[in-house]
Design a protein around this ligand. Structure first.
Ligand code: ZN
Ligand code: ZN
Length: 733
């Protein structure tokens, strides 16, 4: 709701520095109407009078237009004055108001024309035009105008702060020096602008110096300094400054809270515990001060809680209890907060937003597509796809890239490729997303072919995609070649990810000693991912000695990870060294390291069903297990044998078989077969949180033949497409 602050003409005169007799008196009716926001009525009144009005009256009208962004109305009046009263003497006061109107309403050209035509100008004329250019970010024009003004006038604090805000740090330093000379640097307007300017460069000390030297700091100064610390990544210092503000009993505003809350998102993994505590305290403070109902603050809190890994239910409550009107930013923020952790809920929130008649923008689409990528089937991705067409986003490259990613992650490479082909403009992300789609499926030849068509510069991520495609397809020589070409031909320095891919390529193919040798030549310290792939390869090829070393490294780098213990214990028990196997299990249990539970998801109807190992939590668990036992009998007739070697050594053969049979992906498959009767052509899609085990892999292969169904499993590494008894990975994963 607009409120034109009812001011008398006196401060107007002061602000625009003009003698009173040139101004005349403001028509009281016009002033009254403008003060209550009824500007159109004021115009009608002026038009009905057949005599020229005082410059003060016109000024009030122009000012009202500027405040309400009524450019056309102001222009009409300007034209009218010129036509009806051509002999009206030019008035600097009225012209300054006009410049202000044009500058505020982004009609800079007109403002400048008027400025050029003025027979005389004062400091207000200059400042109005300078702030107009600053507002539009036209730094060159703004700076040169400021420099020109210096030969005529001493700048005001408004001129200083405008030019500082837009001219960048290099020129800003010159303005800073000038302000030091004129002592304007002591003015809080100027100092605050300088702090913000230095905060956008990396000169934190300069900003801090200005802040500490300030004699009178207002809340804007504190906010600017907090923002500055945040922008430079110093979240603890931002919080400390906020505490100082509180100790000094300075009243903060919503910008302060947003500054501090958003600083929390910068904390590193080992600082999360502390920053989450601060986040809860800040949330309490916002409730106490009633700031929590402001949508911008709720949005910042949701983002911080979500980034810090807090329970989704907690920040969902914050979002729900905001009274303010939720805008597209707050909705998108909420969708993003859920998209990875609870993708189904992210979709529901997206639909609720649409139900409240808020049209999605490209950011909302990108956020919801991130959620779609985490779902089992491409059904939701294609629903969002059609909405994007409806809203006309098919030429917007960012959400289209997100769409390729979503189709790729749900196993629909064909749809991903169709989107990719139909794009008018593609950036590196588009190409990389498509290459990753092929990599996930182990379709290395198609990836390499697409890379050959790439008509823009590849980056590091392009090569990660290519290398992992070769890796998943077992194309060792190609992978090695690509690794070498990356630096020799494209000048890209390999990073940890590239080294990890190459180690994996060598190790998986059985060249473990070579992989080990390669690790020792790496320019950086190998991370846990590299030791995990070494461990996996050692298990596969029975390299106990090297596996032991990899396990020790893994324990060091990722102490909570169970993989090393599990692999070693299994390796020892498979060669009959049960004593050592037991010792490792005990060590793992003693340290409280838990094996990540295997979970699988399948979509039946419109519902996603989750299975854990054993399937006890599913309401139809008993029936599913019965079906599984019947199925395994059929599979055994077709040649399936349970890989009991990978089980705990302290179980007997029958218990081992049973344990294997109730692995989550097998139960998901059985459930799918039970429910999808009548959908013979439909492929069964299953998502899995960790890598598929060798027994489940065999089970799926034989099942695909026995029940004559295509099965697609996405595990933590890639897709396995089972058809007619074989898997797309050729047993190489
Ligand atoms: Zn399994
Ligand atoms: Zn496979």
């Amino acid at each position: 709701m607009f409120r034109l602050v009812s001011r008398t003409v006196l401060p107007l005169r002061r602000a625009f520095s003009v003698a009173a007799d040139e101004l005349g008196i403001v028509d009281p009716n016009v002033l009254g109407l403008c003060s209550s926001g009824r500007v159109h009525e004021a115009f009608k009144l002026i038009n009905s009078l057949n005599s020229p009005q005082s410059p003060a009256t016109y000024a009030v009208l122009f000012r009202a237009c500027a405040q309400l962004n009524l450019l056309h109305l102001g222009e009409d009046l300007h034209r009218c004055v010129l036509l009806r009263y051509p002999n009206h003497p030019p008035n600097i006061y009225m012209d300054n108001h006009l410049i202000n109107l044009y500058a505020k309403c982004n009609s800079l050209e007109k403002a400048h024309q008027l400025f050029d035509k003025m027979p005389e100008r004062n400091i207000v004329s200059w400042t109005s035009l300078i702030s107009g250019y600053a507002k539009q970010g036209k730094s060159i024009e703004c700076f040169s105008l400021f420099a020109n003004m210096l030969t005529h006038h001493r700048p005001t604090e408004f001129a200083y702060s405008s030019v500082i805000a837009c001219c960048g740090v290099e020129k800003g330093k010159q303005v800073h020096a000038h302000a030091l000379k004129t002592r304007f640097v002591a003015n809080s307007f100027v100092s605050n602008a300088l702090i913000i300017m230095y905060s956008n460069s990396s000169e934190l000390e300069q900003a801090w110096l200005i802040f500490t030297d300030m004699q009178f700091r207002n809340i804007v100064s504190w906010n600017s300094m907090i923002t500055c610390l945040r922008n430079q990544g110093h979240w603890i210092e931002a919080i400390t400054l906020f505490s100082r503000l509180r100790i000094n009993s300075i009243q903060f505003d919503h910008t302060t809270i947003i500054g501090v809350v958003s600083a929390l998102c910068l904390s590193s993994v080992d600082e999360i515990h502390n920053s989450l505590r601060y986040c809860f305290q800040l949330h309490c403070l916002t409730i106490k001060t009633s700031f929590d109902s402001k949508i911008e603050i709720a949005t910042a809190l949701v983002k911080a809680f979500s980034d810090l890994g807090c329970e989704t239910s907690h920040f969902y409550k914050i979002f729900q209890t905001t009274n303010g009107v939720r805008d597209i930013v707050s909705w998108t923020n909420m969708i993003s907060a859920f998209s990875e952790r609870e993708p189904g809920k992210a979709l529901l929130i997206f639909n609720r937003m649409r139900a409240e008649l808020i049209p999605p923008d490209c950011f909302a689409f990108s956020a919801v597509l991130k959620a779609c990528a985490g779902l089992v089937t491409e059904r939701q991705s294609s629903a969002i796809h059609s909405q994007m067409m409806k809203y006309g986003f098919e030429s917007d490259v960012t959400p289209m890239n997100a769409l390729i990613h979503a189709y790729a992650r749900t196993g629909s490479v064909r749809s991903a490729k169709r989107v990719f082909d139909e794009m008018n403009h593609r950036d590196t992300f588009s190409w990389n997303s498509m290459l990753k789609a092929y990599a996930l499926q182990g379709r290395a030849n198609e990836a390499i072919e697409l890379f050959g068509e790439m008509n823009i510069c590849p980056d590091g991520a392009t090569f990660v995609a290519l290398l992992s495609a070769c890796n998943h397809a077992g194309m060792v020589e190609q992978g090695e070649k690509i690794f070498d070409r990356m630096s020799s031909e494209f000048g890209i320095v390999p990073h940890l990810d590239h080294f990890a891919c190459k180690v994996d390529i060598l190790a998986r193919s059985g060249r473990i000693a070579e992989a080990d040798e390669f690790i020792s030549t790496m320019p950086m310290k190998p991370d846990s991912v590299i030791w995990k792939s070494m461990l996996g390869a050692c298990r596969r090829y029975g390299e106990i000695g090297l596996a032991n070393r990899a396990m020790e490294k893994l324990k060091e780098l990722d102490p909570g990870n169970s993989l090393g213990y599990v692999v070693m214990s299994n390796m020892y028990s498979s060669v009959g060294v049960y004593g050592l196997a037991g010792k490792i299990r005990n060590e793992m249990n003693g340290l409280g390291v838990r094996k990540e539970p295997g979970l699988s998801w399948i979509e039946v109807g419109n519902e996603v069903h989750e299975f854990g190992s054993g399937g006890e939590r599913h309401p139809e668990g008993v029936e599913i297990r019965g079906h599984a036992r019947r199925l395994v009998r059929k599979l055994k007739d077709a040649g399936y044998r349970a890989e009991t070697g990978i089980c705990y050594y302290d179980l007997d053969e029958e218990q081992r078989e049973e344990e294997l049979l109730y692995h989550s992906e097998k139960l998901a498959l059985v459930f799918g077969l039970m429910k999808l009767v009548g959908f013979e052509k439909m492929m069964i899609k299953i998502n899995k949180n960790i890598g598929i085990c060798v027994d489940c892999h065999n089970f799926m292969k034989v099942s695909s033949k026995v029940v004559d169904k295509e099965i697609l499993i996405r595990d933590s590494n890639r897709f396995h497409h089972f058809k007619d008894g074989v898997c797309s990975c050729n047993d190489y994963w």
